[in-house]
Design a binder for this molecule. Structure first.
Ligand SMILES: NC(=O)c1ccc[n+]([C@@H]2O[C@H](COP(=O)([O-])OP(=O)(O)OC[C@H]3O[C@@H](n4cnc5c(N)ncnc54)[C@H](O)[C@@H]3O)[C@@H](O)[C@H]2O)c1
Length: 353
């Protein structure tokens, strides 16, 4: 009887097991998604050109998972390489993270962003088309909304990305719209992330920015550890409770679980293209995040208030109802968890140095 039940279990597992290609899967978000999907019983293959991550992430994933994920070093713009990976690994779904993500850098060098992000996405979709692999999850961004016209921001909010980076995300969404209209076989989910922060609770993987961080939490964590002197708060005269900017921070593991939900949603009868916010639905101010981080790290975090940055906005947070209605997903982890896990990751990094 027991062996029969084991056999039934294996058959069920095989039936629901997906072979998933994660482009950019050694990066911050992709590596956490690799953990969640592998632990859910799926087979992941990672393609990354290592332009914004370290090969060591593979070893850390191996430690967490107890087995090494399949990894191929290469560029998504090499369509024949993507095509051969899709065939060799019998891929049935692709999650496309690979891309450059710095708003400031994209303003200084737009062609770098159009080349990498747009050509990269077109190349992956072309390879998928050639191999008849038609399930696609895309890492989009809340930057496609531009300056909020109302809050919380739902998926019907007007689209007005202000940077070349944001424009590449919107342009890829528009390509996806045309693609699904041209061929009913495609099933696509574009996930508009708000502000992913935190790390896996093992402290083994997390966000590793090159140079001075652009984002708030990595900046705070580097001040807490002593690598940076003090946090610069850009403006304390916004129309918010404490005058500092409010954003929707989401734990990267919640975000990762959102990708699992999206892939499962693609396997059900669903609309050809779903565009879905991944956020918590709650805003947190810079000062509140700072205080929570001080508690998590048991350290004082010096800061100074400077001028507002051009283009910054007072508040931005998601309406996350659609993610729950369509995919049954909502965020579970608190801001306290985000700070604690980020600090654990920061400490483990410091120990390595
Ligand atoms: N982290 C965020 O705050 C955030 C917010 C919204 C959207 N996103 C999007 O989510 C995706 C993942 O973000 P992340 O934070 O993990 O970024 P990341 O830079 O940590 O990861 C991206 C990975 O893609 C790889 N890559 C880049 N170009 C490539 C190419 N041409 N071929 C192969 N690999 C390539 C990089 O080496 C890196 O490992 C990106 O598309 C980003 O724009 C991120």
């Amino acid at each position: 009887m027991q062996s029969f039940l084991r056999w039934v279990g294996l058959v069920i597992l095989e039936t629901f097991r997906l072979n998933i290609l994660l482009t950019g899967g050694l990066g911050y978000v992709g590596s956490h998604v690799a953990v969640v999907l592998t632990e859910a019983g799926h087979q992941v293959t990672i393609l990354d050109n290592l332009s914004n991550c370290k090969h060591a992430v593979l070893d850390r994933l191996t430690k967490i998972l107890g087995k090494e994920p399949t990894f191929i070093k290469g560029d998504v713009r090499e369509t024949s390489l993507v095509e051969s990976i899709l065939k060799t690994h019998s891929i049935d779904s692709v999650v496309h993270f690979a891309g450059l993500k710095s708003v400031g850098e994209s303003v200084l060098d737009p062609m770098l962003y159009y080349n990498n992000n747009l050509i990269g996405a077109i190349s992956v979709l072309k390879a998928m088309q050639l191999c008849r692999v038609k399930k696609f999850v895309f890492s989009s961004s809340a930057t496609v909304y531009g300056s909020p016209q109302y809050l919380p921001i739902d998926e019907m909010h007007p689209l007005n990305p202000e940077s070349p980076y944001g424009k590449t995300k919107l342009q890829i969404e528009l390509i996806l719209r045309d693609l699904v209209a041209s061929d009913s076989g495609w099933k696509v989910v574009a996930l508009r992330y708000f502000n992913p922060v935190g790390a896996h609770d093992s402290g083994l993987i997390g966000e590793e920015p090159n140079g001075t961080p652009n984002n708030l939490m990595p900046y705070i964590s580097q001040v807490a550890i002593g690598a940076l002197k003090r946090l610069k708060i850009f403006g304390s005269d916004y129309e918010t409770l404490d005058g500092t900017g409010i954003r929707d921070y989401i734990h990267v593991m919640d975000l990762a679980e959102g990708h699992q939900a999206a892939l499962e949603y693609l396997s059900e009868p669903s609309e050809p293209l779903s565009i879905i916010n991944l956020g918590t639905g709650y805003g947190c101010s810079v000062l509140d995040l700072l205080k929570l981080y001080e508690i998590a790290s048991s350290r004082r975090i010096p800061f100074e208030v400077t001028e507002r940055r051009p283009g910054d906005i007072a508040s931005c947070y998601a309406n996350a109802d659609k993610a729950f209605k369509r995919m049954g997903w909502k965020s579970k982890r608190s801001l306290k968890n985000m700070c604690e896990d980020s600090w654990k990751w920061q400490m483990s990094q410091a120990l390595k140095k």
